[in-house]
Write a new protein. Structure first.
Length: 341
């Protein structure tokens, strides 16, 4: 899905590089309209239709297959015309760009009929741009590096962490994170006591004879832990709120944004898991750790791609994690030295 931003004649983008196209009738480097034609320079690339009633919708549907892009605007916002257009364009090469004016419309247009439109056309406004970028990320599609940084490029480099010790840690506040979408097997979130080294915590997608699966949930550990957010920053677990976008990661390092729906905090017995980065020919002596609930259903992922319960961990076992080798300030990576123990 693309993001297009509308600009006035002398207006500068609020975020350079965030959009795939700009729309402005007064700029030669932007898409523009000539009557009902959508132009890129001197080339017609599509058509524009303003939909206010059934006749307008039927006219737009009649263009499917005859234009590359159909830019649509509703006089009064409604999901129904967009859904009908998405259904009608199946089997054709025509792509749909929808002009929207509110963050809720971004969500609706971006996921209409579970497919969504091919481009969101938003005003040059930071709130609207953020809403469009959020939809783009939730759809699991790559966004521009300028807009999102490394975290939303689709993959990240994971590493192998060799377990050194597993120790009882007493009672602690355990945070269960419930998301508004389900995880897949071998997918979870990155958590750690250090912002530079995190463990891949598996979601509750593994069947058990004792409890049913909760594919929307990650038993993510303790309040002091860092968790990796969808934009590549970190937060303390205790800072999370409903609606936050957390980075979901699978064992191959493929990422997507996961929206947090609810947090359950309860006192539970905890384990302290200590590990360091492991390479074939060398080992990093700097140790990192994570605190997790002592329960069979809480799992990491071994470096041979096997979900493994924290109660089964032992020294020399290797699990998947991430090492950033850097410092953080207010959750943002900085060029500075810091030691976390």
């Amino acid at each position: 899905m693309e993001i297009w931003v509308t600009l006035e004649e002398d207006e500068s983008p609020v975020d350079e590089g965030a959009a795939q196209h700009y729309v402005c009738n007064k700029r030669s480097d932007a898409l523009h309209l000539e009557d009902d034609r959508l132009m890129d320079g001197g080339v017609t690339i599509g058509a524009y239709r303003l939909i206010g009633d059934g006749d307008g919708q039927r006219h737009a549907v009649s263009l499917m297959g005859s234009v590359n892009w159909l830019l649509v605007e509703c006089k009064e916002w409604s999901m129904i015309p967009l859904e009908n257009l998405i259904a009608a364009r199946r089997g054709s090469h025509t792509k749909i760009a929808a002009i929207i004016t509110s963050p809720l419309q971004a969500q609706g247009a971006g996921f209409a009929l579970e497919e969504g439109v091919d481009a969101l056309v938003v005003p040059n406004d930071p709130v609207m741009l953020e809403a469009a970028l959020s939809v783009q990320a939730q759809r699991g599609e790559p966004v521009t590096a300028e807009a999102s940084g490394e975290a939303l490029q689709g993959t990240m480099n994971l590493c192998s962490l060799e377990v050194k010790r597993v120790e009882e840690a007493g009672l602690g506040d355990r945070y269960c994170l419930d998301f508004i979408a389900s995880f897949r097997q071998n997918e979870g979130v990155l958590v750690g006591s250090s912002a530079s080294t995190m463990f891949l915590i598996h979601s509750e997608t593994i069947p058990s004879s004792f409890v049913p699966t909760r594919p929307f949930r990650v038993n993510a550990g303790s309040p002091h832990s860092y968790i990796c957010m969808a934009d590549g920053s970190t937060k303390y677990m205790s800072e999370l709120t409903s609606g936050d976008r957390v980075m979901g990661v699978n064992l191959h390092g493929e990422t997507r944004a996961m929206v947090l729906g609810r947090i359950k905090i309860e006192q539970r017995p905890m384990l302290k898991i200590t590990a360091n980065e492991s390479h074939k020919n060398q080992r990093n002596t700097n140790e990192s750790h994570v605190y997790m609930q002592q329960a069979e259903t809480v799992r990491l992922i071994s470096d041979d791609a096997r979900p493994i319960s924290v109660t089964e961990l032992s020294p020399t076992l290797c699990v998947i994690g991430w090492n950033g080798h850097g410092a953080r300030h207010l959750g943002v990576s900085i060029d500075s030295s810091v030691e976390e123990r």
